[in-house]
Design a protein around this ligand. Structure first.
Ligand code: ACO
Length: 328
């Protein structure tokens, strides 16, 4: 028995932060940001709006689309690096907010690869036969950990959430295969240093701005270009496919140049690649499920299509998931 995605949904906050807004905040330019990253604007949560609020919107939209009730949900997995708080799990808060009284849930931390890690975990639990309605969400309120005086990071990230409902299918489609990796030796290249057990919050950690994302952009860039392209090519080959067989490639949206490198390695045309980075920037765990929902809504994915999802992120973490779409 396979697991398959039977509904998709996304939530983007209303507040827009454009490149021109950022020009007034740090020493940057719209031209630099667009040419180096492909980003024009990004969304930010409202004051007091947390990751769980975005996730609850996603779950409510999934329920509406699938015709399910909150009590039908068995499990909620939230991939995020911006939980509402360290304790309690965001998934538990979401469970309460949507009234999913029969669900358990947990958070999963794998930065921008989080949604793919969650999709693999959720699929395997569905395939076990024990769970029938599993929700996997990728959500991040990156604005809560971004230093808006640091031009190296503040131009890249945005807030947003997306998610899917996984159910069992008797067809041979659905989630076909995955290849997922981690290499923690890359942990210094992209991190939020303080607030955990290594450097608990203190006056010093706050004064040294250690609760914000710190990134060695060049190292992350090189890692991403090589590994997202490698894993995308490998999973296709492993399953006997080439880029020609793909209806759509949905890569993590971190930098247009990284996306183009992976697409070109798989010999994909522009029509085969989902790109929405110009509107939202990098929403970390949110980018792939947001892209997936946009693709379904605009008819870019149809029944029986082969779809490839690929990501890389802090850790390092990276991987791909291959899908055969089963919904019409
Ligand atoms: N505006 C203007 N100039 C800038 C900006 C900015 N926002 N940021 C950096 N610069 C300057 C640098 O200071 C440097 O100036 P210098 O030559 O005088 O020293 C120059 O631009 C070039 O800097 P580079 O770092 O070489 O620029 P690069 O082309 O590598 O682009 C970027 C930087 C966009 C960060 C790129 O390296 C990148 O995208 N890296 C990957 C980041 C990424 O994907 N992160 C997300 C990972 S996913 C996750 O898990 C969250």
């Amino acid at each position: 028995m396979n697991a398959t995605i039977t509904a998709t949904a996304r939530y983007l906050p209303d507040r827009v932060l454009t490149n021109f807004d950022l020009e007034k905040m740090v020493d940057t330019s719209d031209e630099w940001i667009r040419s180096r990253t492909g980003i024009s604007e990004r969304r930010l949560v409202a004051e007091g709006e947390a990751t769980s609020d975005m996730c609850a919107e996603v779950v409510n939209r999934l329920l509406e689309k699938s015709g399910k009730q909150p009590e039908d949900i068995d499990l909620i997995i939230v991939a995020t690096i911006t939980p509402d708080m360290l304790v309690v799990a965001t998934a538990a808060i979401v469970q309460d907010k949507v009234g999913a009284t029969n669900a358990w849930g947990f958070d999963l931390t794998a930065a921008c690869s989080g949604f793919l890690y969650g999709l693999e975990t959720g699929s395997k639990l569905v395939e076990s036969g024990q769970y029938k309605n599993v929700i996997v969400i990728g959500a991040d309120a990156m604005s809560s950990i971004i230093d808006y005086t640091d031009r190296n990071t503040c131009v890249i990230f945005g807030d947003g959430a997306g998610g899917v409902l996984l159910e069992p299918t008797k067809s041979d489609g659905g989630v076909l295969d995955s290849m997922l990796f981690a290499d923690g030796s890359g942990r210094d290249s992209l991190k939020v240093h303080a607030g955990g057990s290594l450097h608990p919050a203190s006056k010093d950690t706050v004064e040294n701005r250690m609760h914000y994302v710190q990134q060695d952009g060049k190292t992350v860039f090189k890692f991403a270009v090589k590994n997202m392209a490698d894993v995308s090519e490998k999973i296709l080959k492993k399953n006997g496919y080439t880029g020609q067989d793909l209806a759509l490639f949905i890569p993590h949206q971190a930098n247009l140049r990284i996306i183009n490198a992976a697409a070109s390695r798989c010999n994909l045309s522009d029509e085969q690649v989902l790109i929405n980075i110009e509107k939202y920037g990098n929403t970390t765990a949110g980018t792939i499920p947001i892209g997936l929902d946009e693709a379904v809504e605009t008819g870019r994915i149809k029944k029986d299509d082969l779809v490839l999802l690929s990501a890389f992120g802090g850790g390092f973490t990276w991987g791909s998931v291959l899908l055969r779409w089963t919904e019409s």
